[in-house]
Design a protein around this ligand. Sequence first.
Ligand SMILES: Cc1cc2nc3c(=O)[nH]c(=O)nc-3n(C[C@H](O)[C@H](O)[C@H](O)COP(=O)(O)OP(=O)(O)OC[C@H]3O[C@@H](n4cnc5c(N)ncnc54)[C@H](O)[C@@H]3O)c2cc1C
Length: 406
Amino acid sequence: MGTGTSTADAVVIGSGAFGASTAYHLAKRGFKVTLVDQHALGSQTSPRAAGLTSKADTLPTMARLRHEACEAFERFESEMGRTVDFHRSGSLRAAYTDAAVERVRIAQETARACGIDARGIDAAEAERLAPHFKPGAARSILHVPSDGWVDPAKVAIGFATRAGELGVRLLPFTPVQGLLSEGGRATGVMTPRGEIRAPVVVDAAGGWTARVAAGAGITLPLIPVRHQLFITEPIAGVEPLQPIVRLVEASVYVRYEQGGLLFGGYEDAPRVLGREGLPPGFQIAALELDLGVLRALVNEVAEHFPALRDAKIAVHRGGAPTMTPDGRPIVGRVPGLEGLYVASGCCVGGLSLSPAAGRALADLIVDGKSDPDLAPISVERFADGYRDPAALEAACVAQYARRYTH
Ligand SMILES: Cc1cc2nc3c(=O)[nH]c(=O)nc-3n(C[C@H](O)[C@H](O)[C@H](O)COP(=O)(O)OP(=O)(O)OC[C@H]3O[C@@H](n4cnc5c(N)ncnc54)[C@H](O)[C@@H]3O)c2cc1C
């Protein structure tokens, strides 16, 4: 591509799971879309995720979107012409204390209200389903048979590739340097290759989302934090369709991967990767990792996953998901600049939400409304709160810490 001004109905900044899904769904609705990324398509945090889906959520809007997203993964291959390797393994969520039991109960009720099969099972049944899991004194174990996991490396690139086939202009290695606006309306973006003029701009820039919006004087209450996982060498008896196991209090997750176990979790004090967002041009591949964080979490839960004690680690990876002050994503219109939308604040659950978040945001952009209504996850819910960076950071870190207990 040369330099110069081009036009589109919408320009989407960021080709991670959120941006690529939004671009695809906008194209399906007949929009002429340009999808720009500063790096290779779908190459940053999205491919480094664990790929877990979770239909159970305590907020009804989220439960509906998560349900839709999970179904979309099941249909991905027929709709998109490429697979995300969805494994319908089911999931287990184990709670050991009153507070966690109550939280699991609410998630179960919300799931059931959305027509999702979510049932309590006993420790023996849990161990039969996932023999590497020793539930011990678990007081409540929720089984959601229709949950599963996908290959995270195939989601964003799958959406982006299909979007390209539908006519979306794909511009990798094209950093957005500024948002264009006139009279309170978004009019496009500035890149080193020239301006892309569009009446709709979607900020789906992952760990850079707040930085992109700040260029137009807009504060978005989200910050990137480091989150990590490891995958062990193969372990005898571990199978792909054994359910994902989540322990609420410890806030760790375990599933099958590459013949071994994939383990990740939420420490108390995550590394904050910049209150203003990641530096421009930063590559997630350069993120400094710390295996000590995961080893400490393994020590806490070793009695429940004895195979993890001495397992050799084959893969260790991490990324920069964005946290928000209430632990919910931010998807919808951005007040202060008409035509600007955001899809971010993934709270470490954006990959699995992306099919539905992109669909709903595209509907909001095209029709002016969406089903479900995105108001509960729009940025407007924060009103003017969290303008103080220290308060924002503290609230986001609190949401990350022991994530499953919130
Ligand atoms: C270890 C780990 C495990 C996880 N496990 C799960 C899980 O099990 N389930 C789940 O749902 N989620 C999980 N997540 C979270 C998931 O990875 C994120 O929610 C998801 O990837 C967010 O996608 P995104 O599109 O916001 O970000 P990204 O994938 O980072 O995409 C943002 C894109 O924006 C581009 N960009 C930024 N600034 C600019 C600019 N100025 N100009 C142009 N382009 C720009 C970037 O280059 C990048 O490609 C996990 C994350 C990690 C790190």
